[in-house]
Design a protein around this ligand. Structure first.
Ligand code: C5P
Length: 244
């Protein structure tokens, strides 16, 4: 892993970055759960030689850390511990991995427990501002493709390109199950659709930075598209804007 590089984005970082807070080029990709944002963002980043920043990973990591430490998001103890939380980002090729307390939680971040709890944690203003600060820091260091829920509306309002990916919930459930090599029975698909709908409801109805399409975002319905097609559309939009 010769090109793996760790740098601290912990709460003690204040001056922020060699280049200050200027933003480099930013492509923002938002959309509901399992709309394919992350995979598309990763591929776009590789093509343009940008860094992929999956903002959901921050919220998942904080959720994982809270669960591991028995902290409930509704308590002062949670907020106090959050203030001391040291999160490092580790660059590996075109991605940034999140490391907390020197541990990279890896696959646990996508397990059912974290996925069920993450929207409750993500609605907290203290959590959101912590993540926002780190995303701004990442963009002060690299040209980035950042995916999430509020990237075009809140985190990078001045992004050079904003894309909003959508897909029918049944198709999203299919993709999610295929990803985890789960069975595709009608029952499983129904359960997965219910989970995705619940998370989208929580993410669109929260007070702070809810999931919304930015006014200047370009919506792409990927229901009948494959990944290559989605990536190509985003890359052609990036080329139109002379990005990369
Ligand atoms: O993208 P992913 O499904 O990994 O995101 C997990 C959760 O993190 C979302 O359901 C949402 O609650 C939260 N999130 C957010 N804002 C973002 C990215 C993710 O609130 N920009």
């Amino acid at each position: 892993m010769t090109d793996s590089k760790a740098f601290s984005l912990g709460s003690n970082v204040s001056g922020l970055g060699q280049k200050g807070l200027d933003h480099n080029q930013v492509i923002a990709i938002d959309g509901p759960a399992a709309s394919g944002k992350s995979t598309a963002a990763q591929r776009v980043a590789v093509s343009l030689n940008f860094v992929h920043v999956n903002s959901g990973l921050f919220f998942r990591t904080i959720t994982w850390w809270a669960l591991k430490n028995g902290l409930s998001e509704a308590t002062d103890a949670f907020l106090e511990a959050l203030g001391d939380l040291d999160i490092n980002l580790e660059r590996f090729q075109s991605d940034l991995n999140v490391v907390v307390d020197n541990v990279a939680p890896g696959e646990a971040l996508h397990g059912p427990t974290v996925t069920e709890q993450v929207s409750a944690i993500a609605q907290l203003p203290a959590v959101r501002s912590m993540v926002l600060e780190r995303l701004h820091y990442a963009s002060s260091q690299f040209d980035i493709v950042c995916d999430g829920r509020d990237i075009g509306t809140t985190v990078f309002r001045q992004a050079n390109l904003k894309v909003y990916l959508i897909a029918d919930v049944l198709e999203r459930a299919r993709r999610r199950l295929a990803e985890g090599k789960h069975d595709m029975s009608e029952e499983s698909l129904k359960r997965e659709q219910a989970r995705l709908n619940a998370r989208d409801r929580a993410d669109t109805s929260r007070v702070h930075s809810p999931l919304r399409k930015a006014k200047d975002a370009i919506e792409i319905d990927t229901t009948r598209m494959n990944l290559d097609e989605v990536v190509e559309v985003i890359l052609s939009l990036a080329r139109e804007r002379k990005l990369g």
